[in-house]
Write a protein that binds this ligand. Structure first.
Ligand code: ADP
Length: 226
């Protein structure tokens, strides 16, 4: 469960409320879409969830963990529970598909045995079994994003945050990435998708949360997908 209760964020040198009394409850296993114009506060909300920044007031509790009580030594463990993918895939250009995914496990202290067990499973999950030894520049944008998603999933996070994951992709690749996010969601991971793409929003029957000037102005279940 993600509980965000009357959260306000004013950046250090700012006077404006980048988030202004945001309250959201997201159940385990939900798939939510977050929309809003540039500057609405979407990135601020995501950065609060990944503990890159701190709220000015209000409460954030994820999976029973109150963010006010987290010590800095616990932040890496928290981040393992929250996978993230971005518009730019941030893959290491000199490493293969397999090595890019393995690297995420290496830095989190996994043993070779764990790496050898988990990486092929992740490659299969994202449908890139034939491509494991290829380098990022040998892959389409959609395939690169699928590698990034595999990398985000290595620790089986409870929550996957996807911040404009289709921003650099054509419609076919976008659809594949969204289908993969739905599959991951069906396996039980809560998915939080930030998108500007109205076609994606229209094609999904999901909860859509709209942020405007730091406030939630709409939070509805979208019905009647086309
Ligand atoms: P979005 O992701 O929806 O485009 P942001 O969360 O990036 O919106 O920004 C929300 C508001 O917070 C904007 O007015 C932006 O200028 C401001 N903001 C974002 N980051 C900072 C920062 N580091 N310092 C001061 N103001 C910021």
């Amino acid at each position: 469960m993600i509980l965000i209760d009357r959260v306000t964020k004013i950046y250090d040198k700012g006077t404006q409320r980048s988030l202004d009394g945001v309250t959201l409850h997201i159940k385990p296993g939900e798939f939510v879409i977050l929309i809003g114009a540039s500057g609405a506060g979407k990135s601020t909300l995501l950065k609060l969830l990944t503990r890159e920044i701190f709220q000015t007031s209000g409460k954030i509790v994820i999976g029973g963990l109150d963010y006010d009580d987290i010590m800095s030594s616990e932040v890496p463990a928290l981040r393992r529970r929250i996978g993230t993918v971005f518009q730019d895939f941030k893959l290491l250009p000199n490493r293969t598909v397999y090595e890019n995914i393995a690297f995420a496990l290496e830095i989190s202290g996994a043993s070779n045995k764990e790496i050898q067990a988990i990486v092929p499973r992740m490659i299969e999950l994202v449908g890139l079994s034939g491509r494991r030894d290829q380098f990022p520049d040998q892959l389409s944008g959609g395939e690169q994003q699928r590698v990034a998603i595999a990398r985000a999933m290595v620790r089986n996070p409870k929550i996957l945050i996807a911040d404009e994951p289709t921003g650099n992709l054509d419609s076919k690749n976008s659809a594949e990435v969204i289908a993969l996010l739905e599959k991951i969601n069906q396996h039980g991971t809560t998915v939080m998708l930030v998108t500007h793409d109205v076609n994606i929003v229209k094609a999904l029957e999901k909860r859509v949360i709209t942020l405007e000037h730091g406030k939630v102005t709409s939070d509805t279940m979208r019905k009647g997908a086309v």
